[in-house]
Design a protein around this ligand. Structure first.
Ligand code: WQD
Length: 345
């Protein structure tokens, strides 16, 4: 049977690069497009070491419809995994237009090219931020979304609406929680350009001496230790969830779970991709120190705009429908994140 080609937008990024490795290991042929806005070309060399060949790579932007049309003509992908988007909550508060252009206009551009090319299978990177500040946790896929706490979250809510309104596409919508860690080889990992927005890269850069100290954004929230709670998931578990979602798109005669009670949505399936466990910022710091033996210099500072207090996943649906469950614990996440930081420092 001919090897299925998967176009991976943002495939040199943090989650994209780990997913490329898992796609290869599952027998798919990844084709990468990336504009290198938040990734580096060196990742391609690392991928060659990990999968044994240099995957097809095109440097470009999903908003470049002429380029994207050419990619579909030449490579004829059987499906697309769409990672290419800006994803920092705090940054989106400061630069909302950049987020709406890249994340929403970019998605529409991609869908128009896919439709013209007759490619209907899509795995969409959504986010737990679509829940806003949930009234109760853990959140289920059926938990009503609330006003997003940041423009980033709003772009993911809009992306889901756009996809639900276009039922020609067959969509696996994956709501990520907090991806952290790195491949066990330390050849690929999280490579934030500039000052990291996210907790774990800032934490590991602090321990590596690149940053003077970690500021915990807020210590007076209504949580057991006053700091925000999140569902941290190992990036390899997240990558494996994408392979499971791709597999479902190619499975024959699957009983689509009708989403959100709307029968017209049965080509749109949404899954929470988390571990089902919530940890506070201080618990993460303690877990890192325990897993690595390193101290994390930190202070408690002011709250950050756009943060929700607590959100973590209820994962029964993805466990049952996709047959996927996260297998790596917080200690492993912290150890792999630290090994990666040491490899790149
Ligand atoms: C986590 C916690 C911060 C930095 C991320 C992604 C987003 C989405 C959800 C996929 C918060 C605190 C952070 C720091 C801190 N994932 N923090 N000091 O905001 O939950 O969003 O996961 O779609 O794309 O960005 O992640 O790592 O920024 O913050 O105290 O220097 O760590 O306040 O409570 P967030 P984060």
């Amino acid at each position: 049977m001919e090897q299925k080609k998967i176009l991976v937008t943002g495939g040199l990024g943090f989650i994209g690069s780990h997913t490329v490795v898992c796609l290869h290991e599952a027998g798919y042929k990844p084709v990468i497009i990336d504009n290198l806005h938040n990734s580096r070309i060196e990742v391609l060399l690392a991928l060659e070491k990990l999968i044994g060949y240099s995957p097809d790579f095109i440097q470009g932007d999903v908003n470049d419809k002429a380029l994207m049309s050419e990619i579909f003509k030449v490579h004829q992908p059987n499906a697309v995994i769409h990672f290419a988007a800006h994803k920092a909550v705090g940054e989106s508060v400061e630069q909302p237009l950049m987020y709406y252009h890249n994340n929403v206009v970019g998605l529409v551009s991609l869908l128009e090219v896919m439709q013209n090319a007759g490619c209907k299978k899509l795995v969409f990177s959504s986010s737990c931020t679509v829940y806003g500040e949930p009234e109760q946790v853990p959140v289920k896929e059926s938990t009503p979304t609330r006003p997003a706490a940041s423009p980033y979250g709003a772009t993911k809510q809009m992306g889901e609406v756009i996809l639900k309104d276009n039922s020609w596409f067959e969509v696996q919508c994956l709501r990520y929680f907090n991806p952290v860690g790195a491949h066990e080889s330390s050849l690929i990992g999280e490579l934030p350009l500039g000052v990291p927005n996210n907790l774990i890269p800032y934490l590991t850069q602090t321990v590596a001496g690149i940053r003077p100290q970690l500021t915990v954004h807020g210590g007076d929230y209504n949580t057991p230790d006053g700091t925000c709670i999140r569902d941290y998931i190992h990036v390899m578990d997240l990558a494996e969830a994408h392979v499971a979602a791709i597999g479902r798109l190619f499975a024959d005669k699957i009983a689509h779970s009708v989403e959100l009670g709307d029968p017209s949505c049965n080509n749109f399936e949404v899954f929470n991709i988390g571990t089902g466990d919530g940890y506070s910022v201080l618990e993460v710091i303690a877990a890192f120190e325990s897993a690595t033996g390193e101290k994390v210099p930190h202070i408690i500072g002011p709250r950050r705009n756009g943060d929700v207090v607590a959100v973590w996943a209820e994962t029964t649906k993805v466990n049952d429908v996709l047959g996927w469950k996260a297998s790596r614990n917080l200690e492993t996440m912290m150890r792999d994140a630290w090994n990666w930081q040491r490899a790149v420092s």
